[in-house]
Design a protein around this ligand. Structure first.
Ligand SMILES: Cc1ncc(COP(=O)(O)O)c(C=O)c1O
Length: 403
């Protein structure tokens, strides 16, 4: 009962994980600014700013665009519980644990849920969705643009086409891809799109930005039954994030400050420059990884998600020992595999603030040393050298384009 708890003093990690990512100092400063009430007239302006920035990052004019007071899973929940009710059918594309989560949450509604699956390391084939939906009335087709479980990128366009043929809304999880991978919600006609604050936006965890097309809003209005969740009923939540700014629940004001600042950084950099930065840094990481004699889980380059690179753990190497050494000796955190991929892969995140050349080179040097210490034979310095070469190639390519 008399135990004294010391002052909070977390270690200063470089978080090269599939989220959360490390944050820019500006975001820490925003977090520490004075708290105001969630109905304060000044805060209403801060909410306006947040919505303007979210629309720019999602590339949308959607009225219903806001950050949910929830982690990314809350975005999944809001998407499916608002769009599905008894009598509906959903097709969910599953190629890993996070896309499967959408199917699991959808199965908590009264709708019929069909999973269309792909092996880990691959994207679902839109043709399989077409076959699964043939002759049926499908309410939503759901997918994850970035499957963090295995580092797979899914192209949205073929699924939009199939969803159009089926008369379905298209729901896209961009938790691991927003602000890192090309996305144009309006142009690509994504009906419901959600993300997480803690990944490529590099804000603290705890908010899930979401945007909903007018067509999806209309389908919410035409529901025959109540949304099963009061908290995630988007039509009432919008009373707070809409014109009226009416109390719905008390939002995490400080997290909204931080999200606003992190998004200002995204917009200052420019979306296209940011997408390119993520691409170039992943290419350098991959060049380094392969030069060390390691293999990737995702074989097809076009299927690789720029924010998460899944590396096969070589035979005889202990997953936990490597990750612990990286943490203890270099203050670098990477992630292991989940479920069936546990102890089989490492997941290296280069997201938002963490997708930087100095971090890629530091990580490759640290991993090379760690693997040598753990008895893996590799050419000394090969990883860093290959990455440096990859950067030189990317820079000369960019110079040629600008000439
Ligand atoms: C693609 C994807 N969707 C959903 C989630 C769930 O997000 P959260 O853990 O913030 O609830 C994650 C988390 O890693 C994710 O990577």
């Amino acid at each position: 009962m008399t135990q004294r708890i010391g002052e909070l003093n977390p270690p200063n990690r470089l978080m090269l994980t599939p989220g959360p990512s490390s944050m820019d100092p500006r975001v820490y400063r925003a977090l520490a600014t004075p708290l105001v009430g969630h109905l304060d007239p000044w805060f209403k302006g801060c909410m306006d700013d947040t919505q303007v920035l979210l629309r720019q990052i999602f590339q949308t004019e959607n009225r219903l665009t806001m950050p949910l007071s929830a982690s990314g899973s809350g975005g999944i929940e809001a998407s499916v519980v608002n769009s599905l009710e008894e009598g509906d059918e959903a097709i969910i594309c599953v190629n890993g644990l996070f896309s499967d989560r959408m199917a699991v949450i959808a199965s908590h509604t009264a709708a019929k849920v069909t999973k269309v699956e792909a092996p880990y390391g691959k994207a679902v084939d839109a043709e399989d969705v077409r076959r699964a939906g043939k002759g049926k009335k499908i309410k939503i087709v759901g997918l994850a643009q970035g499957e963090t479980f295995s580092g797979v990128l899914t192209q949205i366009e073929p699924f939009r086409k199939v969803a159009d043929e089926l008369g379905a809304l298209l729901v896209v999880d961009t938790v691991a891809s927003l602000a890192a991978v090309p996305l144009h919600v309006d142009r690509e006609r994504v009906d419901i799109c959600f993300s997480g604050s803690q990944k490529a936006i590099s804000a603290p965890p705890g908010m899930s930005p979401i945007t909903v097309s007018p067509r999806a809003e209309e389908s919410f209005r035409n529901r025959k039954t109540k949304v099963q969740s009061w908290y995630f009923d988007l039509t009432t939540a919008m009373n707070y994030w809409g014109k009226e700014r009416l109390y719905h629940h008390t939002p995490p004001v400080s997290l909204i400050y931080a999200l606003r600042e992190a998004m200002r950084i995204v917009v200052e950099e420019g979306l296209e420059a940011r997408w390119e930065r993520h691409r170039v840094n992943q290419l350098a990481l991959i060049a380094g990884i392969e030069a060390m004699g390691l293999e990737l889980l995702v074989k097809k380059p076009a299927d690789r998600l720029p924010t998460v690179t899944a590396v096969m753990i070589p035979d005889g190497i202990d997953d936990a020992k490597v990750r612990n050494q990286l943490l203890d000796e270099f203050n670098i955190e990477i992630a292991g595999g989940l479920g069936p991929l546990k102890s089989k892969i490492w997941r290296i995140g280069l997201m938002g603030h963490c997708s930087q050349k100095p971090y890629v080179l530091l990580f490759l040097a640290a991993l090379g040393k760690t693997l040598l210490d753990q008895g893996f034979r590799l050419p000394s310095g090969a990883g860093v050298a290959a990455a440096v070469h990859s950067y030189a190639h990317a820079h000369s390519e960019a110079a040629a384009v600008s000439r």
